[in-house]
Each structure stands twice: as structure tokens, then as C-alpha cells.
Design a protein around this ligand. Structure first.
Ligand SMILES: [Zn+2]
Length: 444
């Protein structure tokens, strides 16, 4: 097993050592914010990662010992080292993320890192020693999930998201050589950081994507081997970059090999597409979600129908396609993006929130309210948008059993906003309380 990790094609032994050094530097930089216990755990985890391939199992057993509610489990996900000493009860109107009707006066009870009870105020017993938060004009929502970001694995960014109630982000590409999955695990130990779901780099053909992010594959066999190695290293999702007609593109044969290998390991495949051709290949190969857009037109319409029929999620990333300042950019890009997305919606397609924030200038980090308002402009109802940002985004991350809804047994990720987002989505920016991994990280 150790040899397997050390022989990983794109992380040879030298690179592992470099990763360790850069990681240690990162730890030193963030040292003042970390408790001695967290520091010890980080180093412990690091050593385990490089010395024993079963470090993950070790982490599970450690976090298991701290669990207050033994019957609930989400191994490796709710692994913050902090934990609420006393139960928490949050009272207010409830939108639980399942799509159910809101409950006007409800309570969510949290013990340790887990939700233990949810329901109408009259039906739920609040533990005597609970810390009670009451919001007579507030709405309780699941922690939001942005299924397409570029976090840079940077604590500042992760804390901006978490503070605004986006408690999970799916990072869809960071440069080669970054110790993606080690950083992900280390950053997860602090509940002030949004939890990262990580793709690592982008699978592409030679010259098919931005060089620094590219994990190049040249044949189905090569693809199979590299997908397996990336998953062995810890990838949560495999990302492919389809960039025709601007760059060369992966063949259908290779994309099929990527998808089959990832699926055989229980991991989804996310596709970056910008044209009907790339979308066609991705959809035919059976990817799990498409990101960005296809231009509208008869061929695209057919593809959008196939996308819907195959149950593939669409992550529209409308915000980066806001109109360019006068005289700059191509006119009508945003219109086209919204038109093709509208057509998908008219067919009843499944949508998850994703704003592509983190790379393009001006795209919001935090609550992606511009993206949310554009989804509304495209015809989604506030309730559909909330579901896209919670349970659907959790499904895209393959974490629907752990996060995305306010239900007993789920990780305690909760956002309270002032007002009713079903009446005005802008209330999503009026944060009153954020709980992540059972820890109150913001209180207004
Ligand atoms: Zn992106």
C-alpha cells in the first residue's frame, strides 16, 4: 500500500517530500489560529498520510471517540476537533432543504456534531441544559453548498464562505503539485472553514486546458490508471475539461474510460463544457454533472434533452457570464447562457448551485447571491433554488446522507437568516447564525 502511494505517477517520492515541506510551511503560517491540540492532530494526520496508507481509518476511529451521539455517523466528514459541550436548540421558521413546506415555528436540536431532532416547536423536547437560540423573524436553513468553486485551499476564502452560511464547497480544480487532499483533510479540522469536497486537478488531453491545472491523459488505459491513482490519493470527484473549439478535447473513448473507472470506485465525474461538441461527448460518456453552458441552437436543444433524460445535473455558473462593461466582451453571452439553462429547466432538469467563484475576478466568495438571483431570473422559484443549494448540491457531492438537509442524523450545518427567503431571496445575505459541524461559528 505504501508503495502504491509512493509510486503514484503524478506524485513521486520527491514530490511527496516537497508536498510535506510546503504543508509544514502552511501549518507554520496558520499556527497562531490553531490550538495545540489541532496542531498535534494536523502533524499526526500528516505523518499517518505519508507513512501509512490507512490513515483515513485512523482518523475515523479518533473522531468516533469524540462522538456524542454514537448512533449517528458520517465518517471523516464531521471531523472538527471542536465540539459543543452542551446541546444546542435553534428556534425559528424552518425550511429543511427536502422541498417540504416550511414549518412556521420549528426547532432544530444539535448534540455534538449532529442534528438529533427537527420538527414543530410543540412536538420537540428541548434538552434542559441546551443553549437556546430563538429567532422570531428568522428562517432556519441547511448550510449551503456551492458545488463549483476554486478555493485555492485558502483558509481566508473558506472562512468567508462559512461565515455567510456556505458550509461546504466543491473545489473543481487546483494546480498540479498542490497537496490537495492532505490540505482538504487538514482544513476540515477547523469548523470555521467551509468543508472542501475536492477534485484535485483537471483531466484533459495535451494542450486541452490551462497547463498548470492539467492532468494529461493520452489513452483509455492511461486514463484508467490515472483516475485510479487520483482516487487512491483521496479525490472525491473527477473533473474533466472539455474545451473545444478553443483547445483540443478528450475523445469519447477516453472520457468513457474516465467515467467507467470513476464510477467503479463510487466517484462522480464533473465535466467543464463550453460547446455543444464537448457537452455531447460528456453526456454520451455518462458524466454526472455538467458545468457552465452549451450555446442555444437546435443541436444544443437535443443535447439538453439527453442531459435531462440521463438525470445529469446542470451547474449553470451564470454569474461569471454577467454582461461585460460596454465595449468589452462578447455581447449576448449571458443571454445565451440563461436561454439554454431556461430550456433545461422547462424540461424539469436537476440543478445544483455552483458559481465558479474563486478564479474569475468579481465572482462572489461567500453567499453567492448574484448567482442565486440569476437562477431566479432564469425561472427557478426560491424553493427550487434553496433545494439546488442544499440537497441537490449535496447529491452532486455524493454527500446526501451526511449534509444538505436539516434532518436527525445529519451533520449539524445550519444557517439562520433574518426574514423569509421564499418572499425575498436577498434575505439569504442577512445572516443571524451559522453552525458548522455542530459549532457556532457566527452569531449576530
Ligand atoms: Zn471552474
Amino acid at each position: 500500500m505504501v508503495n502504491e502511494i509512493l509510486s503514484t505517477g503524478f506524485t513521486n517520492h520527491d514530490m511527496l517530500q516537497k508536498e510535506m515541506i510546503s504543508l509544514q510551511r502552511a501549518f507554520r503560517k496558520g499556527g497562531s489560529d490553531m490550538t495545540a491540540k489541532a496542531k498535534f492532530t494536523s502533524i499526526f494526520v500528516l505523518r499517518c498520510f505519508f507513512l501509512f496508507s490507512f490513515s483515513f481509518l485512523l482518523m475515523m476511529s479518533i473522531s468516533g471517540k469524540h462522538r456524542n451521539e454514537e448512533e449517528f455517523s458520517a465518517p471523516g466528514l464531521c471531523n472538527s476537533q471542536e465540539s459543543a459541550g452542551v446541546p444546542i436548540a435553534v428556534i425559528g421558521a424552518l425550511i429543511d432543504g427536502t422541498g417540504a413546506e416550511p414549518v412556521p415555528e420549528a426547532v432544530v436540536v444539535i448534540k455534538g456534531r449532529y442534528i438529533t431532532a427537527v420538527g414543530p416547536r410543540k412536538e420537540i423536547e428541548i434538552p434542559e441544559n441546551a443553549r437556546v437560540f430563538s429567532f422570531p423573524r428568522g428562517t432556519l436553513l441547511p448550510g449551503f453548498i456551492n458545488a463549483h468553486v476554486h478555493s485555492k485551499y485558502d483558509e481566508k476564502r473558506l472562512q468567508l464562505w462559512a461565515r455567510e452560511g456556505v458550509t461546504t464547497v466543491r473545489d473543481l480544480a487546483e494546480a498540479m503539485g498542490v497537496p490537495w487532499f492532505t490540505l482538504r483533510d487538514q482544513l476540515r479540522s477547523n469548523p470555521k472553514n467551509a468543508r472542501i469536497v475536492a477534485a484535485g486537478p483537471v483531466f484533459t488531453c495535451p494542450d486541452g486546458f490551462f497547463k498548470e491545472f492539467s492532468l494529461i491523459v493520452v489513452s483509455p488505459e492511461d486514463a484508467q490508471e490515472k483516475v485510479n491513482k487520483l482516487i487512491d490519493a483521496g479525490a472525491d470527484v473527477i473533473k474533466i475539461g472539455m474545451n473545444s473549439p478553443i483547445f483540443p478535447e478528450l475523445s469519447l473513448e477516453i472520457v468513457k474510460a474516465i467515467v467507467e473507472t470513476a464510477h467503479s470506485r463510487g466517484k462522480p465525474v464533473a465535466a467543464h463544457v463550453i460547446s455543444a461538441h464537448g457537452m455531447g461527448v460528456a453526456v454520451e460518456a455518462g458524466v454526472d454533472d455538467i458545468n457552465h453552458r452549451a450555446p442555444i441552437g437546435e443541436k444544443s436543444k437535443e443535447l439538453i434533452q439527453q442531459t435531462k433524460a440521463a438525470g445529469i445535473y446542470w451547474i449553470p455558473t451564470l454569474e461569471p457570464r454577467l454582461p461585460a462593461p460596454p465595449g468589452k466582451g462578447r455581447p449576448g453571452r449571458r443571454r445565451k447562457a440563461i436561454d439554454s439553462f431556461k430550456y433545461f429547466l422547462s424540461l424539469g432538469g436537476s440543478v445544483a448551485l455552483g458559481s465558479d467563484s474563486g478564479t474569475l475576478p468579481g465572482v462572489q466568495i461567500g453567499m453567492p447571491i448574484k448567482e442565486i438571483l440569476l437562477m431566479q431570473e432564469a425561472g427557478m422559484t426560491p424553493m427550487q433554488i434553496i433545494e439546488a443549494s442544499t440537497r441537490h448540491a449535496a447529491r452532486v457531492c455524493r454527500l446526501e446522507n451526511e449534509i444538505g438537509t436539516l434532518q436527525a442524523g445529519k451533520c449539524a450545518d445550519l444557517l439562520v437568516v433574518e426574514g423569509n427567503p421564499l418572499e425575498d431571496l436577498n434575505t439569504l445575505t442577512k445572516t443571524r447564525l451559522v453552525i458548522h459541524d455542530g459549532v457556532v461559528i457566527r452569531e449576530e
